[in-house]
Structure formats: structure tokens, C-alpha cells
Ligand binder design. Structure first.
Ligand SMILES: Cc1cc2nc3c(=O)[nH]c(=O)nc-3n(C[C@H](O)[C@H](O)[C@H](O)COP(=O)(O)O)c2cc1C
Length: 174
């Protein structure tokens, strides 16, 4: 798809997925899109965990109950690392992760798959964070921000939600 077509076609999909496995090369393309996102100071604090292993999928499904996660043939976990930025802890891990997340979402849509950004259900969920951290043996400075279920949607025809009027969001000074 052309870039602007992909941007408009991308939408959140919260339903179940077909069981068709996703070719590894597509998963590589999806995370490569995330790698190419900009990051503060080019620190690249974003990490991507791709899960297709049935045993690990089952364990993640136990700790995050979600129709998409329960049926998707692949999960892409978006992880951020709190890296040092100069003297201070980087305040940019959320921005880095957000930029990477959008690239990943666009790549998923462009390849004809669906997903949803689950940040609201995972990012600040303490119980989920503790369980996923120990399941994946994450370093102290790493946080799973979102679990993206990826696959071919069972329910077709979804669309982006309507956006606010252009003039409410944009101002030209010309
Ligand atoms: C930071 C962030 C967190 C989100 N968290 C969730 C979530 O926890 N669960 C969910 O179903 N959708 C979540 N979404 C998806 C939004 O609800 C969705 O993007 C928005 O309603 C617009 O719909 P669209 O993606 O179809 O355009 C999140 C999106 C963003 C950017």
C-alpha cells in the first residue's frame, strides 16, 4: 500500500484472529519498522519481543486475557528500557517506544494484518508487569509497554474511528 493509504486503513482490531501462522519474514519486517523509528539521541531504547512459541504464547495468554491475544498466531511485545541520557535517567523511553509502536502498527497494517495497541491494559497494570517481568526474566530497566496481537482478523471490514474535525486539531498561520 502507499503510505497515506496505509495510515488511513490502519485501525484497532479487538476481535479474534484466524489461526494462520505469520511468515517469519513478515514478523522481521514488522519489527524492522520499529527499529527504524526515531529515538531521542538515537539511544534506541525500544525493544521488540516476538512470540510464536506455543508454550510461551499459552503462558502470556494466562496473564493477559484478551480475545486478540488468546487467538493471535503471533504476539509482538513492545518493550522500553530506561537508559541513561547524559547525567540523568532518560526521560524519553515513552516517546521512543511510542514512535516505535506507531511504525510497528503501520507495518502490520501495510502487510494486511491487524492488531491493537494494548498499552492501556498493560502499561500501568502492576500485576501484569510483575508477572510478565518474571516470565520473560526482564532486566530491571525494561518494561513491557504493550502486547500486540498480530494476525489475520476473523471479522473483516473494520475501520478507523472518526477523527475530530480538521479545524479543531490544526491551525495554519499563513
Ligand atoms: C497509548 C495508547 C494506548 C491504547 N491502549 C489501548 C488499550 O489498552 N486497549 C485497546 O483496546 N485500545 C487501546 N488503544 C487504541 C485506541 O483506543 C485507538 O487507537 C483509538 O480508539 C482510535 O481508534 P483506531 O486505532 O481504530 O484509529 C490505545 C492507543 C494508544 C495510542
Amino acid at each position: 500500500m502507499q503510505f497515506f493509504d496505509t495510515m488511513i486503513a490502519r485501525h484497532s482490531y479487538r476481535g479474534e484472529f484466524e489461526p494462520n501462522p505469520i511468515p517469519r519474514e513478515d514478523l522481521v519486517k514488522i519489527v524492522t519498522a520499529g527499529i527504524h523509528a526515531p529515538s531521542a539521541g538515537n539511544q534506541q531504547s525500544q525493544r521488540f519481543y516476538v512470540v510464536t512459541d506455543p508454550a510461551l504464547l499459552a503462558k502470556i495468554r494466562e496473564i493477559f486475557q484478551h480475545p486478540g491475544v488468546a487467538t493471535a498466531p503471533a504476539l509482538v511485545l513492545l518493550v522500553s528500557k530506561l537508559l541513561k541520557f547524559g547525567e540523568n535517567d532518560s526521560p524519553f523511553e515513552l516517546q521512543d517506544y511510542g514512535a516505535a509502536a506507531q511504525n510497528v502498527l503501520l507495518a502490520i497494517a501495510d502487510l494486511g494484518y491487524s492488531t491493537v495497541w494494548t498499552d492501556g491494559q498493560t502499561n500501568f497494570n502492576k500485576e501484569f508487569q510483575e508477572k510478565i517481568g518474571s516470565l520473560l526474566n526482564l532486566d530491571e530497566d525494561a518494561t513491557v509497554r504493550a502486547v500486540l496481537p498480530v494476525g489475520i482478523p476473523k471479522t473483516k471490514g473494520g475501520q478507523q474511528l472518526p477523527r475530530k474535525p480538521f479545524d479543531e486539531l490544526v491551525r495554519f498561520f499563513e
